[in-house]
Design a protein around this ligand. Sequence first.
Ligand SMILES: [Ca+2]
Ligand SMILES: [Ca+2]
Length: 156
Amino acid sequence: MSGTLQLRESLDYETDPIFNITIVAEDRGNPPKRTETFVTVQVIDSDDQNPAFGRQRYMAFLPPNPVKGRILEIQPEQIYAADQDNGIRAPIFYTLGKDVFEASYLNIDPENGEVSIVKDIPEDQFLQPVALSVMVGGGFRPPPTLPYAPERCSPI
Ligand SMILES: [Ca+2]
Ligand SMILES: [Ca+2]
């Protein structure tokens, strides 16, 4: 006689990556005799979590001379996201939403999240704060987005 273990519900690596179960075998004697053994279950991670940004919102001021090649200084820290699948840590990549015109002046490095100016920004652009979205991909689900707002720095 053999016993088969079946899952009643899905396992989740992020909640419980490893756990033990006790298996009991009991005969039908009178009184019944029993014995126990233990099984350690190690759950393999699956790609079921989105990457997440370190912060909900980032800020940047355009430098006084916003020419091609300049890298924007992001506040309060460099844009950073990580996959939330702890076991896989799938590689991620950053993209900049192109939904506003001003985004055409900027580029985000897909690997390190650095934002740079790709063409000289005329003085009549970015007069008001602009909200841009940064997306991070690489997960199984559609990536999250968050607003990102560069502002023109007033000339000294
Ligand atoms: Ca996972
Ligand atoms: Ca993932």
